[in-house]
Design a protein around this ligand. Structure first.
Ligand code: PHE
Length: 447
């Protein structure tokens, strides 16, 4: 077999991994979930989970991938031959499949908004009108399925071509640009009348609103935004040369993520309160609020278009990683097979995702446990499959990998101090499995 492909530059991996992490989770999902869960307390619990569970798990996935240098399934096979641990990778593939099926619905929303903004259909509307236009658009069955298809099509084309070549380069420009636009947006949002109410909502914890459901959502959200529990990061780090520091990469990804979550919150909530909108509006929140904030800026539509392009890019780099993990297992690095399977899997995900796309319109009345098909898919991934995947990874690492070898792996390229390593190992071995189990059992009413 030819030598495995590696990232084209040292920074390539970190950009791709950050690209997978930063996406709809931080920008679209966080504000609406926080809005539904009372704001500040949710935000605080989310940050705690990100630091106590998300960061250590990210590092765990990195060590598995770089140790094994293989795809999401074979990595577990290599480290624990003759066991069933590779099912963790298979579970990751299934999770990714469902994840992309509803992720692409929101990706499609960005595409359609972009089209509307470019063609001038969003000029000079009031905040209520924005919500109306958007609601009408996503409830149209043909439009919503068509744009979902376009989003998946873009994902397939890139993944079919191979390890994200070229994308790394684009990320280098697009990500910082996204940060800058966000800062601009925040500056505008926090200077609106009544902005303080929104800032208070986001930053002042009100623990009376916290239920076991809130805690589960916050945990799921922290896994979701970091792409952990699916072995995506196992796959990405397997392409990584030994000279790169894993801890430093993990920390910078976590830091960027928290920063973007904070920016998203500070852009959205002040505007929600200033324009008397509903913080618990659900998945449409960001799409209803943002155009209004942009319309308050000079050259607002121009900035809105730029934002949507960058936002689309951020969503796509996450979507690539979801399809990549499935395709890399099935194609085993052979380019011919990669092309074929990218199309087959991608189109299957599209078909599977159609009911989710229609949940905001003609299938909106079909619910189970009070959730639409879209909400169910999201709930299954964020609050069931990601925690289970993460739990298994936190068991796998201390049970199947030698502590000394782990230390060697993490020390390579980083000079990681023993004390920090021990802290990480403790978090992975005891804190992660117990905490994840406790949160899940608590929500089931068992404890
Ligand atoms: N982290 C991505 C986001 O926030 C979603 C994702 C989850 C991607 C799991 C891959 C795996 O948008």
């Amino acid at each position: 077999m030819s030598q495995r492909e590696q990232w084209s530059s040292k920074i390539g991996f970190i950009l791709a991994a950050a690209g997978s992490a930063i996406g709809l989770g931080a920008i679209w999902k966080f504000p609406y979930i926080a809005g539904q869960n009372g704001g500040g307390a949710f935000f605080l619990i989310f940050i705690l989970f990100t630091l106590l569970l998300g960061l250590p798990l990210l590092l765990a996935e990195f060590s598995i991938g770089r140790t094994a240098q293989s795809n999401a399934v074979d990595s577990y096979r290599k480290i624990a031959p003759g066991t069933r641990w590779h099912w963790v990778g298979i579970l990751g593939m299934i999770t990714s499949f469902i994840l992309l099926s509803f992720y692409s619905v929101i990706g499609g929303w960005i595409v359609v908004y972009l089209f509307k903004a470019i063609t001038g259909q969003l000029n000079n509307l009031s905040s209520d009108q924005y919500a109306e236009v958007f609601g009408a658009t996503i409830s149209n069955p043909v439009t919503s399925v068509f744009v979902q298809f376009l989003f998946i099509l873009m994902t397939i084309i890139v993944v079919a071509k191979g390890v994200q070549k070229g994308i790394e380069l684009a990320s280098k420009i697009m990500m910082p640009a996204l940060f800058i636009l966000f800062i601009l947006l925040v500056v505008r949002a926090v200077t609106l009348d009544n902005a303080m109410d929104g800032i208070t909502f986001l930053l002042q914890p009100d623990f009376s609103k916290v239920t076991s459901q809130t805690i589960l959502e916050a945990m799921g959200q922290s896994f979701f935004t970091l792409s952990v529990g699916v072995s995506v990061m196992v796959t990405y780090s397997s392409y990584l040369p030994k000279t790169q520091s894993l801890p430093r990469s993990a920390i910078s990804i976590v830091a960027m993520n928290i920063f973007i979550v904070l920016l998203a919150g500070l852009a959205i909530f002040p505007a929600v309160f200033a324009f008397d909108l509903e913080p618990g509006a659900g998945p449409v929140l960001l799409f209803n609020v943002l155009p209004t904030v942009f319309s308050q800026l000079p050259f607002g539509m121009f900035f809105f278009i730029a934002f949507l392009i960058l936002f689309l890019f951020a969503a796509l780099t996450s979507a690539f990683s979801m399809l990549e993990i499935i395709v890399s297992v099935i194609s085993k690095g052979e380019p011919e097979k990669r092309r074929k399977w990218s199309w087959i899997i991608g189109l299957a995900i599209f078909v599977f995702g159609i009911p989710s796309a229609l949940s905001f319109g003609i299938l909106g009345d079909i619910t189970l446990f009070d959730k639409t098909i879209f909400d169910l898919a999201d709930f299954a991934v964020s609050n069931v499959l990601l925690p289970i995947g993460s739990l298994l990874i936190s068991l796998f690492v201390p049970m199947k990998m030698k502590k000394t070898a782990l230390y060697e792996e993490l020390k390579q390229g980083s000079g990681l101090k023993r004390g920090l390593f021990e802290t990480w190992f403790f978090l992975i071995r005891f804190v992660a499995p117990l905490l994840i189990l406790a949160v899940m059992l608590d929500v089931l009413g068992v404890i």
